[in-house]
Design a protein around this ligand. Structure first.
Ligand SMILES: [Zn+2]
Length: 157
């Protein structure tokens, strides 16, 4: 029932990505209680956005506009992924995540280039990380994608 609900559809593929939810069980002891509650609130798509708090009879078009005045509907996806108000934090989080991934790969013996410019037929591309170990090369472009679809499909794209 949770996976077919509006709030639960993003969790449908969580069982396929144990690392993405490992912090809930085994990492919780390092996260202060208040932060942990906020992290879980974000993870389960329950941020008190204008759309979420206006459910039912209280909703009107005017009620759901973003509080940052960007004329968008204030959904969790907008706030977390698109809003100008959260852009700086979003970039910092992305960059910090990439540094953690790069450090882990280097400890594992990978040679890692961060944000190299790669010329292609379609123009220059700048993936977050290009990693090489032995005969294997991996290109990592860290992104948050909706789990409402298939995570494998998002990965392939
Ligand atoms: Zn906004």
């Amino acid at each position: 029932m949770l996976y077919v609900s509006v709030d639960g559809k993003e969790l449908r593929e969580c069982h396929k990505t144990n690392l993405s939810t490992l912090w809930v069980d085994s990492g919780a002891h390092r996260i202060p209680g208040r932060d942990f509650v906020q992290h879980v609130t974000t993870r389960i798509n329950c941020l008190p956005t204008a759309v979420r708090v206006s459910r039912g009879a209280r909703r009107s078009t005017r009620d759901v506009k973003c509080r940052a005045r960007c004329q968008e509907t204030e959904t969790a996806a907008h706030v977390v992924q698109n809003c100008h108000r959260t852009h700086g934090g979003r970039v910092k989080t992305h960059d910090a995540l990439c540094r953690v991934i790069a450090a882990g790969l280097r400890r594992g013996g990978w040679r890692v280039e961060e944000e190299p410019v790669v010329p292609t037929r379609e123009g220059n591309r700048k993936p977050d990380l290009v990693c090489q170990k032995d005969e294997s090369v991996k290109v990592i472009d860290a992104q948050i994608v909706s789990a409402a679809g298939s995570l494998n499909e998002a990965h392939r794209k």
